[in-house]
Design a protein around this ligand. Structure first.
Ligand SMILES: *Cc1c(COP(=O)(O)O)cnc(C)c1O
Length: 242
């Protein structure tokens, strides 16, 4: 067994334990393997171990990997998620290569992704990225309103399908603080689903290597794990962005 395969086994078992501990159904949380800065060989090892969904942060690096696997290993049928910040001059590449985008934070990006999504591909599955760092109730209300406005726009765009919310909360060590931030996000997702009953709002992308358990207890449906699968990243030897 390769070490990547062992790591995936271990993460999957931690995910099962976390689901069991809080009484959530087995299989209700999906593992997204975050492969940014990692070579195609590492991704291939994870794919051979059964991993299907991969997350990338940097547009050009992600696009190159998507092309590599669709040319060399089409049989693996990998599912690619874009999870990095999007500049508007990069939306075309994202719209052409990825199946999911987790980081929609403004109308302009949603509109461009819709307009640039190739007609022969299924709609892009998208999440609205929520900024949970401002915790006072005033900015919370404003935040919710902003999310609803963006959701309203996305629901009118035929080439995008809104699936839920994503967040990267402040990095805190306390389990209770992690849980509070994630619970806030879960409540926002419930409010969104209630407000847009015709949209398939079923996804909450939250939880990373350091806070996965709290995210699962709060209701995460997709944890994004990099380091615990592939090891530490070496930013010096890899192009971060282009
Ligand atoms: C890098 C990254 C991850 C993975 O982080 P790890 O700490 O390596 O597990 C998850 N989500 C996003 C948005 C990231 O950029």
């Amino acid at each position: 067994m390769s070490s990547i395969e062992q790591n995936i086994e271990q993460i999957s078992s931690q995910m099962r334990m976390a689901q069991q501990k809080c009484g959530r159904p087995m299989g209700s949380v999906q593992l997204l393997a975050v492969s940014k800065t990692k070579p195609t060989q590492a991704i291939l090892e994870a794919a051979v171990a059964g991993q299907v969904a991969f997350g990338e942060n940097y547009v050009q690096e992600g696009v190159d990997k998507v092309a590599y696997f669709s040319n060399r290993h089409p049989d693996l049928a990998l599912e690619w998620h874009f999870i990095g910040p999007i500049q508007s001059n990069k939306t075309r590449l994202v719209a052409e290569s990825f199946a999911w985008v987790h980081t929609i934070d403004r109308a302009k990006i949603a509109q461009r992704l819709n307009d640039q999504r190739p007609k022969d591909l299924p709609p892009l599955q998208v999440l609205i990225q929520v900024n949970t760092s401002s915790e006072d109730s005033k900015s919370g209300a404003c935040e919710e309103q902003e999310i609803f406005q963006l959701a309203e726009l996305i629901s009118s765009l035929p080439n995008l399908t809104l699936r839920g919310l994503m967040s990267i909360p402040a990095n805190v060590a306390s389990y209770d603080l992690q849980l509070a931030a994630f619970t806030h996000l879960a409540e926002l997702k419930e409010a969104l689903a209630k407000r847009f009953p015709n949209l398939p709002i079923d996804t909450l992308s939250m939880g990373m290597s350091g806070d996965m358990e709290a995210a699962i207890e709060a209701g995460s449906t997709m944890v994004r794990i990099g380091t615990a699968i592939f090891g530490a990243r070496d930013y010096k030897s890899k192009p971060q962005t282009k």
